[in-house]
Write a protein that binds this ligand. Structure first.
Ligand code: NAI
Ligand code: MG
Length: 364
Protein backbone atom coordinates (compact mmCIF):
# COMPACT_ATOMS: atom_id res chain seq x y z
CA UNK A 1 0.00 0.00 0.00
CA UNK A 2 1.23 3.47 -0.81
CA UNK A 3 1.65 5.68 2.20
CA UNK A 4 1.13 9.39 1.96
CA UNK A 5 2.42 11.44 4.86
CA UNK A 6 1.50 15.03 5.38
CA UNK A 7 2.60 17.51 8.05
CA UNK A 8 0.10 20.30 8.58
CA UNK A 9 1.33 23.58 10.07
CA UNK A 10 -1.67 25.94 10.30
CA UNK A 11 0.34 28.77 11.92
CA UNK A 12 -1.19 32.09 12.95
CA UNK A 13 -4.08 34.42 12.15
CA UNK A 14 -6.30 33.04 9.40
CA UNK A 15 -3.91 30.09 8.92
CA UNK A 16 -5.90 27.72 11.17
CA UNK A 17 -9.19 28.95 9.69
CA UNK A 18 -8.27 28.19 6.08
CA UNK A 19 -6.51 24.96 7.07
CA UNK A 20 -9.71 23.67 8.69
CA UNK A 21 -11.31 23.74 5.23
CA UNK A 22 -8.39 21.80 3.73
CA UNK A 23 -8.94 19.20 6.44
CA UNK A 24 -12.44 18.70 5.06
CA UNK A 25 -10.99 17.95 1.62
CA UNK A 26 -8.46 15.52 3.10
CA UNK A 27 -11.23 13.76 5.03
CA UNK A 28 -13.37 13.63 1.89
CA UNK A 29 -10.56 11.96 -0.10
CA UNK A 30 -10.21 9.37 2.67
CA UNK A 31 -13.91 8.67 2.99
CA UNK A 32 -15.05 8.88 -0.62
CA UNK A 33 -11.99 8.07 -2.71
CA UNK A 34 -10.27 5.63 -0.41
CA UNK A 35 -7.13 7.79 -0.37
CA UNK A 36 -5.70 7.75 3.11
CA UNK A 37 -3.20 10.34 4.32
CA UNK A 38 -1.13 10.03 7.47
CA UNK A 39 -1.66 13.51 8.80
CA UNK A 40 0.22 15.05 11.69
CA UNK A 41 -0.18 18.60 12.86
CA UNK A 42 2.23 20.94 14.59
CA UNK A 43 3.05 24.56 15.37
CA UNK A 44 4.94 27.14 13.35
CA UNK A 45 5.33 30.89 13.69
CA UNK A 46 3.95 32.96 16.53
CA UNK A 47 1.98 30.11 18.09
CA UNK A 48 5.16 28.00 18.22
CA UNK A 49 6.99 30.91 19.83
CA UNK A 50 4.25 31.23 22.46
CA UNK A 51 4.62 27.58 23.40
CA UNK A 52 8.33 26.85 22.86
CA UNK A 53 10.05 30.24 22.70
CA UNK A 54 11.06 29.52 19.09
CA UNK A 55 9.04 29.88 15.84
CA UNK A 56 10.00 26.35 14.79
CA UNK A 57 10.84 23.63 17.29
CA UNK A 58 13.63 21.20 16.31
CA UNK A 59 11.17 18.30 16.54
CA UNK A 60 8.88 20.00 14.02
CA UNK A 61 11.84 20.64 11.73
CA UNK A 62 12.79 16.97 11.94
CA UNK A 63 9.23 15.90 11.15
CA UNK A 64 9.16 18.22 8.13
CA UNK A 65 12.26 16.47 6.78
CA UNK A 66 10.58 13.07 6.97
CA UNK A 67 7.12 13.60 5.53
CA UNK A 68 6.17 13.54 1.85
CA UNK A 69 4.74 17.04 2.02
CA UNK A 70 4.36 19.95 4.41
CA UNK A 71 1.27 22.12 4.16
CA UNK A 72 1.55 25.53 5.83
CA UNK A 73 -1.14 28.15 6.51
CA UNK A 74 0.44 31.49 7.35
CA UNK A 75 2.61 32.98 10.07
CA UNK A 76 2.90 36.31 11.85
CA UNK A 77 0.77 39.00 13.36
CA UNK A 78 0.99 42.32 15.22
CA UNK A 79 1.42 40.55 18.54
CA UNK A 80 4.87 39.42 17.38
CA UNK A 81 6.02 42.59 15.62
CA UNK A 82 8.35 43.66 18.43
CA UNK A 83 10.05 40.30 18.91
CA UNK A 84 13.75 39.99 18.30
CA UNK A 85 14.52 39.23 14.63
CA UNK A 86 15.93 35.80 15.52
CA UNK A 87 12.61 34.53 16.89
CA UNK A 88 10.16 36.34 14.60
CA UNK A 89 7.42 34.08 13.18
CA UNK A 90 8.81 34.44 9.63
CA UNK A 91 12.06 32.85 10.82
CA UNK A 92 10.14 29.59 11.26
CA UNK A 93 9.12 29.63 7.63
CA UNK A 94 12.59 30.66 6.45
CA UNK A 95 14.16 27.84 8.44
CA UNK A 96 11.84 25.32 6.81
CA UNK A 97 12.69 26.58 3.33
CA UNK A 98 16.42 26.68 4.02
CA UNK A 99 16.90 23.36 5.83
CA UNK A 100 14.67 21.50 3.38
CA UNK A 101 16.74 23.18 0.62
CA UNK A 102 13.66 24.11 -1.40
CA UNK A 103 15.25 25.50 -4.52
CA UNK A 104 12.26 25.50 -6.88
CA UNK A 105 9.38 27.84 -6.12
CA UNK A 106 6.21 27.10 -8.08
CA UNK A 107 3.66 29.82 -8.61
CA UNK A 108 0.71 28.98 -10.83
CA UNK A 109 -1.41 31.54 -12.60
CA UNK A 110 -4.74 29.95 -13.21
CA UNK A 111 -7.85 31.81 -14.26
CA UNK A 112 -11.21 30.60 -13.08
CA UNK A 113 -13.74 31.62 -15.65
CA UNK A 114 -16.15 33.05 -13.06
CA UNK A 115 -13.45 35.50 -11.98
CA UNK A 116 -12.13 36.42 -15.42
CA UNK A 117 -13.74 39.86 -15.19
CA UNK A 118 -11.68 40.56 -12.05
CA UNK A 119 -8.54 40.62 -14.16
CA UNK A 120 -7.03 43.86 -15.34
CA UNK A 121 -6.67 42.19 -18.74
CA UNK A 122 -9.46 41.40 -21.17
CA UNK A 123 -11.53 38.30 -20.40
CA UNK A 124 -10.50 36.75 -23.70
CA UNK A 125 -6.79 37.04 -22.81
CA UNK A 126 -7.02 35.37 -19.39
CA UNK A 127 -10.03 33.06 -19.56
CA UNK A 128 -8.85 29.46 -19.31
CA UNK A 129 -5.31 30.52 -18.45
CA UNK A 130 -3.27 27.88 -16.62
CA UNK A 131 0.47 28.47 -16.46
CA UNK A 132 3.17 27.67 -13.94
CA UNK A 133 6.22 29.76 -13.12
CA UNK A 134 9.18 27.94 -11.61
CA UNK A 135 11.49 30.39 -9.85
CA UNK A 136 14.94 29.37 -8.62
CA UNK A 137 14.82 30.21 -4.93
CA UNK A 138 18.11 29.56 -3.17
CA UNK A 139 20.78 31.20 -5.33
CA UNK A 140 21.31 34.02 -7.81
CA UNK A 141 21.67 37.72 -7.16
CA UNK A 142 19.95 37.65 -3.74
CA UNK A 143 22.72 35.41 -2.41
CA UNK A 144 25.82 35.93 -4.60
CA UNK A 145 29.08 37.29 -3.20
CA UNK A 146 30.55 39.89 -3.18
CA UNK A 147 27.69 41.98 -1.91
CA UNK A 148 27.47 45.12 0.17
CA UNK A 149 27.88 48.88 0.10
CA UNK A 150 31.53 49.89 -0.21
CA UNK A 151 33.57 53.08 -0.35
CA UNK A 152 35.13 53.66 -3.75
CA UNK A 153 37.09 56.85 -4.21
CA UNK A 154 34.91 59.67 -2.92
CA UNK A 155 31.57 57.90 -3.20
CA UNK A 156 29.90 54.62 -2.24
CA UNK A 157 29.05 51.70 -4.45
CA UNK A 158 26.28 49.14 -3.91
CA UNK A 159 27.12 45.66 -5.13
CA UNK A 160 25.18 42.45 -5.67
CA UNK A 161 26.41 39.52 -7.66
CA UNK A 162 24.41 37.28 -9.94
CA UNK A 163 26.00 33.87 -9.57
CA UNK A 164 24.79 30.45 -10.70
CA UNK A 165 26.65 27.16 -10.72
CA UNK A 166 25.88 24.53 -13.33
CA UNK A 167 24.46 22.19 -10.68
CA UNK A 168 22.13 24.89 -9.36
CA UNK A 169 20.77 25.48 -12.85
CA UNK A 170 20.62 21.76 -13.57
CA UNK A 171 18.47 20.91 -10.56
CA UNK A 172 15.91 23.65 -11.03
CA UNK A 173 15.74 22.87 -14.74
CA UNK A 174 15.01 19.21 -13.93
CA UNK A 175 12.28 20.24 -11.51
CA UNK A 176 10.72 22.37 -14.26
CA UNK A 177 10.98 19.61 -16.89
CA UNK A 178 9.42 17.13 -14.44
CA UNK A 179 6.51 19.52 -13.96
CA UNK A 180 6.16 20.05 -17.69
CA UNK A 181 5.88 16.28 -18.09
CA UNK A 182 2.92 16.31 -15.67
CA UNK A 183 1.30 19.23 -17.50
CA UNK A 184 1.31 20.39 -21.13
CA UNK A 185 4.87 19.25 -22.01
CA UNK A 186 5.96 22.76 -22.92
CA UNK A 187 8.74 24.63 -21.12
CA UNK A 188 9.98 28.17 -21.73
CA UNK A 189 13.24 29.18 -20.06
CA UNK A 190 13.78 32.89 -19.42
CA UNK A 191 17.08 34.72 -18.81
CA UNK A 192 19.05 37.54 -20.38
CA UNK A 193 21.69 35.59 -22.26
CA UNK A 194 22.08 38.61 -24.53
CA UNK A 195 23.70 40.70 -21.77
CA UNK A 196 24.55 38.36 -18.86
CA UNK A 197 27.10 35.53 -18.71
CA UNK A 198 25.02 33.80 -16.03
CA UNK A 199 22.23 33.82 -18.60
CA UNK A 200 24.47 32.22 -21.24
CA UNK A 201 25.33 29.42 -18.84
CA UNK A 202 21.66 29.13 -17.79
CA UNK A 203 20.56 28.65 -21.41
CA UNK A 204 23.32 26.14 -22.09
CA UNK A 205 22.55 23.99 -19.02
CA UNK A 206 18.76 24.07 -19.53
CA UNK A 207 19.27 22.99 -23.14
CA UNK A 208 21.51 20.13 -21.99
CA UNK A 209 18.98 18.95 -19.40
CA UNK A 210 16.32 19.13 -22.11
CA UNK A 211 18.03 16.26 -23.92
CA UNK A 212 16.79 14.02 -21.09
CA UNK A 213 13.22 15.14 -21.74
CA UNK A 214 12.69 14.67 -25.49
CA UNK A 215 8.90 14.83 -25.06
CA UNK A 216 9.01 18.37 -23.69
CA UNK A 217 9.06 21.18 -26.20
CA UNK A 218 11.73 23.61 -24.92
CA UNK A 219 11.98 27.25 -25.90
CA UNK A 220 14.08 30.19 -24.66
CA UNK A 221 13.10 33.80 -24.25
CA UNK A 222 14.79 36.91 -22.90
CA UNK A 223 13.12 37.73 -19.60
CA UNK A 224 12.10 41.25 -20.61
CA UNK A 225 10.43 39.93 -23.74
CA UNK A 226 8.86 37.28 -21.51
CA UNK A 227 7.27 39.98 -19.35
CA UNK A 228 5.76 41.51 -22.47
CA UNK A 229 4.50 38.18 -23.76
CA UNK A 230 2.99 37.35 -20.36
CA UNK A 231 0.74 40.39 -20.52
CA UNK A 232 0.13 40.24 -24.29
CA UNK A 233 -0.87 36.57 -24.69
CA UNK A 234 -0.14 34.52 -21.53
CA UNK A 235 -1.88 31.43 -22.86
CA UNK A 236 1.12 30.72 -25.13
CA UNK A 237 2.96 29.39 -22.03
CA UNK A 238 2.67 26.20 -20.01
CA UNK A 239 5.68 26.02 -17.65
CA UNK A 240 8.22 28.85 -17.36
CA UNK A 241 11.55 28.39 -15.59
CA UNK A 242 13.67 31.34 -14.58
CA UNK A 243 16.17 32.57 -12.01
CA UNK A 244 15.53 34.04 -8.58
CA UNK A 245 15.40 37.73 -9.54
CA UNK A 246 13.44 37.46 -12.79
CA UNK A 247 11.22 34.86 -11.15
CA UNK A 248 10.41 37.20 -8.29
CA UNK A 249 9.06 39.75 -10.76
CA UNK A 250 7.51 37.42 -13.31
CA UNK A 251 5.68 35.28 -10.74
CA UNK A 252 4.07 38.32 -9.13
CA UNK A 253 3.14 39.63 -12.57
CA UNK A 254 1.66 36.31 -13.69
CA UNK A 255 -0.24 35.73 -10.46
CA UNK A 256 -1.94 39.09 -10.70
CA UNK A 257 -3.18 38.35 -14.21
CA UNK A 258 -5.86 36.32 -12.52
CA UNK A 259 -7.01 38.05 -9.39
CA UNK A 260 -7.17 37.99 -5.64
CA UNK A 261 -4.54 37.16 -3.04
CA UNK A 262 -7.04 34.82 -1.41
CA UNK A 263 -6.91 32.61 -4.52
CA UNK A 264 -3.17 32.12 -4.98
CA UNK A 265 -1.44 28.85 -4.05
CA UNK A 266 2.28 28.04 -4.15
CA UNK A 267 4.71 25.20 -3.73
CA UNK A 268 8.41 24.99 -3.01
CA UNK A 269 10.23 21.84 -4.05
CA UNK A 270 13.64 20.43 -3.19
CA UNK A 271 15.67 17.38 -4.13
CA UNK A 272 13.99 14.00 -4.60
CA UNK A 273 13.82 11.87 -1.44
CA UNK A 274 14.48 8.13 -1.30
CA UNK A 275 10.91 7.36 -2.37
CA UNK A 276 11.36 9.55 -5.45
CA UNK A 277 9.06 12.29 -4.21
CA UNK A 278 10.61 15.76 -3.94
CA UNK A 279 10.93 17.51 -0.60
CA UNK A 280 7.96 19.82 -0.67
CA UNK A 281 6.27 22.69 1.13
CA UNK A 282 2.86 23.93 -0.02
CA UNK A 283 1.39 27.21 1.17
CA UNK A 284 -0.96 29.97 0.10
CA UNK A 285 0.78 33.14 -1.09
CA UNK A 286 -1.14 35.32 1.38
CA UNK A 287 -0.14 36.05 4.98
CA UNK A 288 -1.97 35.72 8.28
CA UNK A 289 -4.40 38.60 7.51
CA UNK A 290 -4.71 39.87 11.09
CA UNK A 291 -7.33 42.42 9.96
CA UNK A 292 -9.87 39.66 9.33
CA UNK A 293 -8.54 36.84 11.54
CA UNK A 294 -11.04 35.11 13.81
CA UNK A 295 -14.04 36.48 11.91
CA UNK A 296 -14.70 33.62 9.52
CA UNK A 297 -14.14 35.93 6.55
CA UNK A 298 -10.98 34.43 5.07
CA UNK A 299 -11.05 32.86 1.63
CA UNK A 300 -9.87 29.25 2.00
CA UNK A 301 -9.37 28.69 -1.75
CA UNK A 302 -5.64 29.59 -1.86
CA UNK A 303 -4.97 26.98 0.81
CA UNK A 304 -7.26 24.39 -0.80
CA UNK A 305 -5.51 24.93 -4.15
CA UNK A 306 -2.13 24.59 -2.42
CA UNK A 307 -3.27 21.18 -1.25
CA UNK A 308 -4.39 20.37 -4.81
CA UNK A 309 -0.82 21.15 -5.90
CA UNK A 310 0.41 18.70 -3.27
CA UNK A 311 -1.89 16.05 -4.71
CA UNK A 312 -0.47 16.61 -8.17
CA UNK A 313 3.22 17.21 -7.50
CA UNK A 314 3.93 15.16 -4.36
CA UNK A 315 1.44 12.33 -4.57
CA UNK A 316 0.99 11.85 -8.32
CA UNK A 317 -2.75 12.29 -7.92
CA UNK A 318 -3.24 14.64 -10.85
CA UNK A 319 -6.79 13.46 -11.43
CA UNK A 320 -7.79 14.14 -7.83
CA UNK A 321 -6.06 17.53 -8.02
CA UNK A 322 -8.12 18.36 -11.10
CA UNK A 323 -11.24 17.20 -9.25
CA UNK A 324 -10.54 19.62 -6.39
CA UNK A 325 -9.77 22.46 -8.81
CA UNK A 326 -12.93 21.62 -10.72
CA UNK A 327 -14.97 21.82 -7.51
CA UNK A 328 -13.50 25.26 -6.76
CA UNK A 329 -14.31 26.36 -10.31
CA UNK A 330 -17.89 25.09 -9.99
CA UNK A 331 -18.46 26.80 -6.65
CA UNK A 332 -17.25 30.10 -8.08
CA UNK A 333 -19.42 29.61 -11.16
CA UNK A 334 -22.44 29.28 -8.88
CA UNK A 335 -21.66 32.77 -7.59
CA UNK A 336 -20.31 31.96 -4.13
CA UNK A 337 -17.90 34.65 -3.00
CA UNK A 338 -15.95 35.24 0.17
CA UNK A 339 -15.67 38.92 1.09
CA UNK A 340 -12.35 39.42 -0.75
CA UNK A 341 -13.98 38.42 -4.07
CA UNK A 342 -16.94 40.74 -3.86
CA UNK A 343 -17.45 43.29 -6.54
CA UNK A 344 -20.78 42.46 -8.05
CA UNK A 345 -23.74 44.24 -6.57
CA UNK A 346 -26.34 42.37 -4.57
CA UNK A 347 -24.06 39.45 -3.73
CA UNK A 348 -23.54 38.82 -0.04
CA UNK A 349 -20.38 37.07 1.08
CA UNK A 350 -20.16 33.52 2.37
CA UNK A 351 -17.99 32.57 5.33
CA UNK A 352 -14.76 30.57 5.29
CA UNK A 353 -16.59 27.44 6.41
CA UNK A 354 -19.46 27.93 3.96
CA UNK A 355 -16.96 28.16 1.10
CA UNK A 356 -15.23 24.97 2.29
CA UNK A 357 -18.54 23.14 2.67
CA UNK A 358 -19.60 24.21 -0.81
CA UNK A 359 -16.38 22.77 -2.26
CA UNK A 360 -17.09 19.49 -0.47
CA UNK A 361 -20.70 19.45 -1.71
CA UNK A 362 -19.37 19.95 -5.22
CA UNK A 363 -16.86 17.12 -4.79
CA UNK A 364 -19.73 14.86 -3.75
P1 NAI B 1 -1.68 39.45 4.18
O1 NAI B 1 -1.54 38.60 2.98
O2 NAI B 1 -1.84 38.77 5.48
O3 NAI B 1 -2.95 40.42 3.98
C1 NAI B 1 -3.03 41.40 2.95
C2 NAI B 1 -4.52 41.78 2.71
O4 NAI B 1 -5.16 40.72 2.00
C3 NAI B 1 -5.29 41.94 4.00
O5 NAI B 1 -6.24 42.97 3.83
C4 NAI B 1 -5.99 40.62 4.18
O6 NAI B 1 -7.20 40.71 4.90
C5 NAI B 1 -6.22 40.17 2.75
N1 NAI B 1 -6.17 38.70 2.65
C6 NAI B 1 -5.06 37.92 2.70
N2 NAI B 1 -5.38 36.63 2.60
C7 NAI B 1 -6.71 36.58 2.50
C8 NAI B 1 -7.65 35.51 2.38
N3 NAI B 1 -7.28 34.21 2.35
N4 NAI B 1 -8.96 35.83 2.29
C9 NAI B 1 -9.37 37.09 2.31
N5 NAI B 1 -8.54 38.15 2.42
C10 NAI B 1 -7.23 37.89 2.52
O7 NAI B 1 -0.41 40.42 4.22
P2 NAI B 1 0.00 41.53 5.32
O8 NAI B 1 -1.21 42.21 5.84
O9 NAI B 1 1.05 42.31 4.68
O10 NAI B 1 0.68 40.72 6.50
C11 NAI B 1 -0.01 40.28 7.65
C12 NAI B 1 0.89 39.35 8.47
O11 NAI B 1 1.17 38.17 7.69
C13 NAI B 1 2.25 39.95 8.80
O12 NAI B 1 2.60 39.54 10.09
C14 NAI B 1 3.18 39.36 7.77
O13 NAI B 1 4.50 39.29 8.24
C15 NAI B 1 2.59 37.99 7.59
N6 NAI B 1 2.87 37.37 6.29
C16 NAI B 1 3.08 36.03 6.28
C17 NAI B 1 3.27 35.36 5.11
C18 NAI B 1 3.40 33.88 5.15
O14 NAI B 1 3.12 33.27 6.18
N7 NAI B 1 3.81 33.26 4.09
C19 NAI B 1 3.29 36.06 3.81
C20 NAI B 1 2.97 37.47 3.91
C21 NAI B 1 2.80 38.08 5.12
MG1 MG C 1 8.17 39.19 -4.40
Amino acid sequence: MTTRSLLILPGDGIGPEVMAEVRKVIDWLGAKRDLAFEVSEDLVGGCAYDKHGTPLHDDTMAKAQEVDAVLLGAVGGPKYDDLDFSVKPERGLLRLRKEMDLFANLRPAQCFDALADFSSLKRDVVSGLDIMIVRELTSGVYFGEPRGIFEEGNERVGINTQRYTESEIDRVARAAFDLAMKRGKKLCSMEKANVMESGILWREVVTRVGADYPEVELSHMYADAGAMQLTRWPKQFDVIVTDNLFGDLLSDLAAMLTGSLGMLPSASLGAPMENGRPKALYEPVHGSAPDIAGQGKANPIACILSFAMALRYSFDLGEEAARVEGAVEAVLAKGLRTADLLGEEGVSPVSTAEMGDAVIAELD
